[in-house]
Each structure stands twice: as C-alpha cells, then as structure tokens.
Ligand binder design. Structure first.
Ligand code: NAP
Ligand code: MN
Length: 267
C-alpha cells in the first residue's frame, strides 16, 4: 500500500552514512516521509550496505512482508539492486511500478529440549547445525519422518536458494537459481565409517518436506546458526527444519539477472 512512508536501514560504514543522507534528501524532496529503522506503515524498506547488512535488517524486523530494496555500498551484493549513482532512475522506476517482486523463501528450525520447551530460528541464507569446535556432532537424520542416516562430522547446512551462494557454496554446495523454492542439505566434513553413514554430496528437498535431527545424548553443546547468528543449546531432544511461511519480497528492476551476478562474483 502506498503510504508515502519509507523506512531506511544503514550499516555502520562512512560510505553508507553518506549514501543514506543523499538518498534521504532525494526522497524527502520527492514528498516521502522517511523513518530510520522499521515502521510497519512503511510502503517500502531500503537497506543500505552489503549482504550481511541486509541479513541483519531482515532479522531485526523479523522478515516483514513489506517490499524491500537493497542499495549496494559493499562488494557485490546478491540482495542489492540499486547503486548510489542511480537514485533518480530508481525513484522513477519505483513510482512507475517498473519492477518485479522476487519472493525469497526462508528456512526455519524448531528445536525442542528435554523438557519439551521449543525454540524457533529463521534464516534467509541458511541454518547450520554443528557441534562445538573440536568435537564432532552425532545425530540421526530423517526426511519426511523416515530415518535416513546416522551422521557424525562437523555438522550439516540447510540452505535456501538465496543462500546457496553464501556459506553453502564454501562447503561444496551447489548454486541454485532463486526461482526454485527448495532446501539444500549439505554435510560439513562428514565421517563415513561402519558406525556412521552420511551422504557425501548435497541433497535437494522440495518445499513441503521436513528434516528431523535427533542428537545423541552424549553430545554436550549443539549450535544452531542462522545467517551467522549462533545459539548454543545443551540437552536438545530434537530439531525440525523446514521452509518457513515467512518470505522476503525483494524489488528487482528489468536488468536484474541472477546468473550475471554469479559470474561477476565467482568467475
Ligand atoms: P561475514 O562472515 O562477514 O560475511 C560472509 C560473506 O558472505 C560476506 O562477503 C557476505 O557479503 C557474503 N554473503 C552473505 N550472504 C550472501 C549471499 N546470499 N550470497 C553471496 N554472498 C553472501 O558474515 P555476514 O556478512 O554477516 O553474512 C552472514 C553470512 O555469512 C551467513 O549467512 C553465511 O552464509 C556466510 N558465512 C560464510 C562462511 C564461509 O563462506 N566460510 C562462513 C561463515 C558465514 P557482504 O560482504 O556483502 O556482507
Ligand atoms: Mn559482511
């Protein structure tokens, strides 16, 4: 809904602060009211920074449905769409409706402890389940309620398509076109012994399947990390991982091309 209100988010760099003040001036001159930080009446959210700043903004606002556009002041951002020198074109395209919405799914993990208490974590890039640094983690993994494997190793990563170019790629996962709404499960340094069996490559799951993790009792601390935000738990009974119903509505203009970004960043 066009409310005339736009919420701005900025990371701490000097460049971002300069870019923010330029953009704020242009938006105000155009008749918009601008807030610093999230306002639920905003018609548009603008995040200035890199991918990390974008992820932090999404977590801080708890993944609102309001359309969001990223302004790039980092390296080459996958979530970003606008460069500071293109602000006039951006405002014009936005007002004329010359854009599409790219819907990005999120992944969620629900952990249950031995007392039945539950803890929910949501990630736009990924959720990683790992042990403490120098010990392997052991758990039984099920897919859609069916037992699949006994895992031992550093852990597993469950990435969204949007997150496929981040940590997922570094641990050997595949790059996925964000038009595909799926989960990619990648083992991190799995052991394959007579006692433990794990897939050695990534597996892809459709959006309606749930992954179940039942840790071995002897494992002391288990870390659940979503988009770089780490939480440690002891005595977890189970973790369920699936696509959540929260999604991010990213604004994209006509020259957006995922695969050109991939080429520019990696090749
Ligand atoms: P960070 O450790 O400062 O940055 C990790 C790098 O990943 C940054 O260059 C960041 O880009 C980039 N990145 C984030 N999301 C991306 C995406 N969807 N596609 C391609 N690149 C992406 O942490 P951060 O900036 O807070 O970002 C958190 C993310 O870092 C986590 O979700 C995880 O995916 C990733 N990470 C990667 C590794 C690894 O590759 N070994 C290890 C830990 C975490 P910007 O420079 O634009 O911020
Ligand atoms: Mn970063």
């Amino acid at each position: 809904m066009k409310t005339g209100l736009i919420s701005l988010f900025t990371n701490e760099t000097e460049l971002s602060a300069d870019v923010e003040s330029l953009l704020r001036k242009k938006l105000i001159a155009r008749g918009y009211k601008v807030t610093e930080g999230y306002d639920e009446k905003a018609e548009l959210l603008i995040c200035i920074g890199g991918d990390g700043a974008f992820l932090r903004t999404m977590h801080r606002c708890d993944f609102p449905e309001t359309p969001i556009v990223g302004v790039n002041t980092g390296h080459l951002g996958f979530f970003q769409e606008v460069w500071p020198e293109d602000f006039d074109q951006f405002i014009e395209d936005y007002e004329r409706g010359n854009y599409t919405i790219q819907k990005l799914g999120t992944v969620m993990g629900i952990a249950t402890d031995e007392d039945g208490k539950t803890y929910t974590h949501t990630g736009l890039n990924e959720i990683a389940i790992t042990g403490s640094n120098s010990y392997s983690i052991h758990f039984d993994l099920s897919i859609g309620g069916k037992p699949i494997e006994r895992f031992s190793g550093d852990g597993i990563m469950v990435a969204t398509s949007a997150g496929s170019t981040a940590y997922n790629y570094s641990v050997g996962g595949s790059i996925v076109d964000p038009r595909l709404n799926l989960l990619q499960v990648t083992p991190i340094a799995p052991m394959n012994t007579t006692a433990f069996r794990s897939f050695t490559s990534s597996i892809l799951l459709p959006s309606d399947l749930t992954l179940g993790i039942v840790p071995e009792k002897s494992d002391k601390v288990i870390y659940i990390t979503t988009d770089g935000i780490e939480t440690g738990y002891s005595h977890l009974k189970e973790i369920e991982i699936r696509i959540s119903d929260k999604s991010v509505n990213l604004i994209r203009f006509s020259d957006y091309d995922f695969w050109s970004k991939v080429k520019d960043k990696f090749l």
